[in-house]
Design a binder for this molecule. Structure first.
Ligand code: ADP
Ligand code: MG
Length: 282
C-alpha cells in the first residue's frame, strides 16, 4: 500500500498526513505537482502508488492533477468530479439545491445591471462571492446601493471569472459559523469559527477563532447530506445557524485542519489516512 500526497506547498496538514501514514506503517510520499512534467500519454509506471491525496492549495493545480492521476486508475481523494463541483460556489449551490440541502437564497447574474437587480431582489443587503476562491478572499458584504454598485463595477475590470456575479442573501446569524469535517460517511468533528474583530467573515485565515463544536444530530445530518450530494470524499462543510435551522453555504473539497485538531482533539489526519487505505481495499 502506497499513498501519494499531491501538494504545491507543505503546510502543517501535509506533514501531519505524512506522519499519520508512517505511524500506521503505510508507505507514503510527498509529490510537489510543480516539480513534475506529467507525461499524460504514456502508460502508468506506478509512480503515484495505490491512492493519492489531493492537497494542492491552487484550485486549478488540484483539479488538473486529480484528473491526470485518476485517469491512470488510481483513486484520488478528492477526485476530479468532486473538485470541479466544490471548487465552484455556483456548482456547489446547484448540487445542494438539487438534493434538498438547505442553503441560503442565491442569485447569479452575468451583467452588472442584472447583478444590481439581484442585489435589490435580496433586499438591499447581500454577500457577493467569486465563484472560485477561498479563505474569504473577495467575499464582500454589500449593504448599500452605492457600495454594491461600486463593487460590481470594479469587477468589470477583472478577469471574466469575476463577472459571474454570485450574490447571496446575508444570513442573520450569531457572530460565528460552523465547519464540520466529513470523512466518507462519517462526521468526525466540527468547530465554531468565531468572527474576528472588524470583519463579518469567520475564516480562520482572516483571524476567525476556532472552538470545538459538539456534533449535534442536525449538524451531522446536514453535513452528511451535503457530502452525499457531491460524492464519496473528504469535506469541510461550512454552515450557518439561522432562526429556522442550520443552512449549508459552502462545501470545501480540500480542507485545512490545523486549528481544528488542536481544539477538537480529533485525529483528523489519522482518519483521512485510514479512509484512504480503505478506499483501496474496497
Ligand atoms: N450569506 C452569508 N451571510 C453571512 N455571512 C456569510 C455568508 N456567506 C459567507 N459568509 C461569511 O463569509 C465567510 C466566507 O464565505 P464562504 O462562502 O465560506 O467563502 P470562502 O470559500 O472564501 O470561505 C463565511 O465563512 C462566513 O463567515
Ligand atoms: Mg468557507
Amino acid at each position: 500500500m502506497k499513498i501519494t500526497i499531491l501538494h504545491d506547498l507543505i503546510r502543517w496538514e501535509e506533514k501531519a498526513l505524512y506522519e499519520a501514514a508512517k505511524k500506521r506503517g503505510v508507505e507514503v510520499s510527498l509529490l510537489d505537482v510543480k516539480d513534475e512534467a506529467f507525461d499524460v500519454t504514456r502508460e502508468y509506471d506506478g509512480k503515484f502508488g495505490d491512492v493519492a491525496l489531493q492537497r494542492s492549495t491552487s484550485y486549478y493545480r488540484g483539479l488538473h492533477t486529480s484528473a491526470i492521476v485518476e485517469s491512470l486508475g488510481i483513486p484520488v481523494i478528492n477526485g476530479f468530479t468532486i473538485l470541479s463541483i466544490t471548487g465552484n460556489k455556483l456548482f456547489t449551490t446547484l448540487y445542494l439545491r438539487r438534493n434538498n440541502v438547505p442553503t441560503p437564497r442565491t442569485l447569479v447574474a452575468f451583467s452588472p445591471e442584472k447583478a444590481l437587480e439581484a442585489f435589490r431582489m435580496l433586499g438591499g443587503k447581500a454577500v457577493i462571492k467569486p465563484v472560485v476562491g477561498s479563505w474569504g478572499r473577495m467575499v464582500a458584504l454589500l449593504d448599500s446601493y452605492y457600495s454594491a454598485k461600486a463593487v460590481i463595477e470594479e469587477r468589470e475590470y477583472m478577469d471574466p471569472l469575476y463577472q459571474v456575479y454570485y450574490l447571496q442573501e446575508f444570513v442573520n446569524r450569531p457572530p460565528r459559523d460552523i465547519r464540520a469535517f466529513v470523512v466518507g460517511d462519517r462526521v468526525i468533528a466540527a468547530i465554531y469559527r468565531n468572527q474576528p474583530e472588524g470583519d463579518f467573515r469567520t475564516n480562520t485565515a482572516l483571524g476567525g477563532k476556532a472552538e470545538n463544536c459538539p456534533v449535534t444530530r442536525e449538524i451531522e445530518d446536514l453535513a452528511l447530506r451535503a457530502a452525499k450530494a457531491i460524492g464519496d470524499g473528504v469535506y469541510g462543510v461550512d454552515m450557518m445557524e439561522t432562526e429556522n435551522g442550520v443552512v449549508v453555504h459552502e462545501v470545501n473539497g480540500t480542507v485545512e485542519f490545523k486549528n481544528s485538531v488542536s481544539v477538537t482533539g480529533v485525529d483528523i489526519p489519522g482518519k483521512i489516512i485510514e479512509y484512504a487505505v480503505n478506499r483501496v481495499k474496497r
